[in-house]
Design a protein around this ligand. Structure first.
Ligand code: HEC
Ligand code: HEC
Ligand code: HEC
Ligand code: HEC
Ligand code: HEC
Length: 503
């Protein structure tokens, strides 16, 4: 519908024009800005200041200046004797690659600002999606900025046009994002980051679902002008900071004088209600713990994306009379969760990568296969469909079904996350590709749980758990605390067999 209307509007405004002239509103043709000028996000800033400020804080702005990216690309080029080629920069510095400013990304740090990262011009010039992974995107040469509006007012900088690839309400927009948010190693076909694939196979890609843009680009609460020019109408605009879990580790070159982006600011925006679940203790004698997690608010697996580098785990501590009687997943902030010894119950969510010989590897150009145990995305929105509850994943502590020597009187749960695992950083430091100072900058988060107060921790006590129970797998009645409206009894149908990566 919007598309048809758009064609009519653009016909009025001369949408078929070659770049550089504007036959708008009956006035004499004016010059638009040149392509060179439009490449630079700072040019957009002069009229779209909010968009620029948001984008500067985003991982898109930092995609080629991030020290971990630079280190990993440098090491990959060395270890593959250059065979990696343009693989990484096709997504991390796409304009630089397409304009021939780089071939392997090794010089990307010294390129001019307009060639760093995923820029405004790049996204807003995409005219076709030609594949479902590895940045299969076609850019237009018509100089028109594509967006969600079919009635843009004319402006002196650029021609505008409606595009379903840039419309939150069209699933085509997810295929635009998804083409980059889906990484497959060409030689081995190993699926490294499958966010788009996960979304496409979840309930979110169906009716009543949501696109990447609906969740990752928050709409403004009230209509406001999207450009600071006289006569610009009020419209619903979208935030451009693309919040998720990762954090820029160096000031992005967009704002070299500013301090590092306040880490949690971007991350916290999205964490609201993403993970729901319950913390239960099975009945006496002895007692043991059940943790149920469900990534209900996430449109793909959790964690997703670079889940081979990401580390998410459950920290469970059981007490009796103030003394710790059991613990799993206890890792100091800034320490590597993979280095934890003697914790057979550790519930670590990640992708494991192996080479052709089956050895665990950390760098994805070494990977022949991947295997993950992330929380699955919702398969259906219908509560009467049995698949609805398959995403409620339960883990037993201890995993082998053993019982504690005594009943705990207090148990705590935190879901913890390192955007990039300390072990992955240590690996890059050991190969002398990364400065050791980076370790201190990598946060270890407590992932906020669903609920009005977004608690960082769940606490089970006999009293708090008095109202909620279910018949547990060990034949006793488990009593639980849970996030609001979480359906405990449904977990009877759940999968339980999640493993950690073991070499
Ligand atoms: C001289 C001011 C100016 C500059 C510079 C400018 N824009 Fe715009 N832009 C506008 C105006 C005005 C509109 C239309 C606003 C409206 O209709 O509400 C617009 C609309 C847009 C739209 C929406 C198009 C649609 O149909 O949905 C996008 C996307 C856009 N601009 C991106 C950019 C990008 C990217 C840059 C930098 C390369 C840029 N703009 C530079 C003034 C400008
Ligand atoms: C990763 C891709 C991407 C990047 C990078 C990006 N945008 Fe957008 N932008 C979008 C999408 C998608 C929409 C449409 C959202 C919707 O459907 O409501 C959009 C919408 C817009 C709009 C229309 C108004 C609004 O807020 O929805 C403007 C103006 C705009 N972008 C300007 C910019 C500028 C300026 C930059 C750089 C500073 C930029 N964009 C960077 C993807 C991007
Ligand atoms: C040109 C390829 C490309 C396109 C197109 C693209 N992205 Fe990205 N995106 C990236 C890269 C590369 C990063 C990660 C940068 C880094 O971490 O170094 C990223 C990061 C992100 C992040 C932050 C991830 C985190 O862990 O914090 C979000 C959210 C995101 N993109 C959403 C989107 C959405 C929504 C769209 C579509 C409107 C989109 N992206 C389009 C390449 C792309
Ligand atoms: C229903 C809402 C929703 C939809 C739809 C959605 N996401 Fe997300 N996404 C989230 C939430 C919530 C998180 C997790 C944030 C957190 O952990 O705090 C997330 C995380 C991410 C991350 C970081 C990876 C990680 O480990 O969590 C990336 C990258 C990302 N999304 C990209 C996308 C792309 C690309 C699409 C479309 C193909 C998409 N998302 C669709 C809600 C959504
Ligand atoms: C098809 C597009 C694509 C290709 C190719 C690609 N990346 Fe990424 N990369 C992304 C996206 C999208 C994200 C953000 C996903 C997320 O944060 O979960 C990302 C995130 C990252 C991150 C930060 C997140 C993390 O946990 O590590 C690093 C570092 C990185 N990529 C390095 C590389 C290197 C090195 C290469 C080449 C060997 C490469 N990427 C190839 C799209 C790509």
């Amino acid at each position: 519908m919007r598309r048809a209307a758009c064609v009519a509007v653009l016909a009025l405004w001369g949408c078929g024009q070659v770049a550089g002239t504007q036959a708008g509103s009956g006035s004499a043709p004016k010059q638009y800005l040149t392509r060179d000028a439009l490449l630079d996000p700072r040019i957009c800033e002069s009229c779209h200041a909010n968009h620029f400020t948001d984008w500067s804080m985003s991982m898109h702005a930092a995609a080629s200046s991030d020290p971990v990216f630079l280190a990993m690309n440098a090491r990959g080029q060395r270890e593959t004797h250059g065979a990696l080629g343009s693989f990484c920069v096709q997504c991390h510095a796409p304009m630089a690659l397409r304009d021939g400013m780089t071939t392997d990304g090794l010089n990307v740090g010294s390129l001019p600002f307009q060639y760093q990262g995923v820029t405004c011009f790049f996204c807003h010039s995409v005219s076709a999606v030609t594949g479902s992974n590895n940045a299969a995107l076609q850019l237009s040469t018509d100089g028109m900025m594509r967006g969600e509006f079919n009635d843009p007012i004319a402006n002196v900088a650029h021609a505008s046009t409606y595009s379903p690839l840039h419309d939150a309400h069209e699933s085509a927009s997810a295929s635009m994002c998804g083409s980059c948010h889906d990484v497959v190693v060409p030689e081995t076909d190993a699926g490294i980051e499958r966010t788009f694939y996960e979304w496409a196979h979840s309930a979110f890609s169906g009716s009543g679902g949501a696109t990447c843009v609906s969740c990752h680009m928050t709409p403004s609460a009230v209509p406001m002008p999207i450009a600071s020019v006289p006569g610009a109408p009020a419209r619903i605009s979208r935030e451009h900071d693309f919040p998720a879990v990762d954090v820029p580790l160096a000031p992005s070159s967009a704002d070299a004088d500013a301090a590092v982006t306040p880490t949690s600011q971007v991350q916290q925006e999205l964490g609201n209600g993403a993970i729901q679940g319950a913390l239960c203790v099975t009945g006496p004698p002895g007692g043991s713990v059940r943790v149920i997690l469900d990534a209900v608010g996430v449109g793909h697996k959790w964690p997703s994306g670079a889940a081979q580098d990401r580390r998410a785990w459950a920290e469970v501590i059981a007490y009796s009379a103030g003394a710790v009687i059991y613990q799993s997943g206890v890792v100091a902030d800034g320490a590597a969760v993979t280095a934890v010894q003697g914790d057979p119950d550790l519930w670590l969510l990640r992708d494991c990568m192996s080479d052709a010989q089956g050895h665990l590897v950390n760098m994805f150009w070494q990977a022949a296969t991947t295997e993950g145990n992330e929380l699955p995305a919702l398969a259906t929105f219908s509560a009467t469909d049995p698949r609805f509850y398959q995403t409620h994943i339960v883990q037993r502590f201890p995993r082998n079904g053993a019982k504690f020597a005594q009943m705990p009187d207090r148990v705590t749960l935190r879901v913890r996350l390192q955007p990039i695992g300390i072990d992955v950083l240590q690996d890059l430091i050991a190969s002398q590709d990364l400065d050791a100072g980076i370790l201190d900058a990598m946060p270890t988060y407590d992932v906020p749980l669903a609920g009005p107060t977004r608690p960082a921790q769940m606490e089970w006590t006999v009293q708090a758990a008095a109202a909620l129970s279910y018949p547990a797998d060990d034949g006793t009645i488990a009593t639980c605390v849970a996030t609001p409206d979480f359906n405990i009894s449904s977990m009877l149908t759940l999968a339980t067999n999640h493993t950690t990566c073991s070499p």
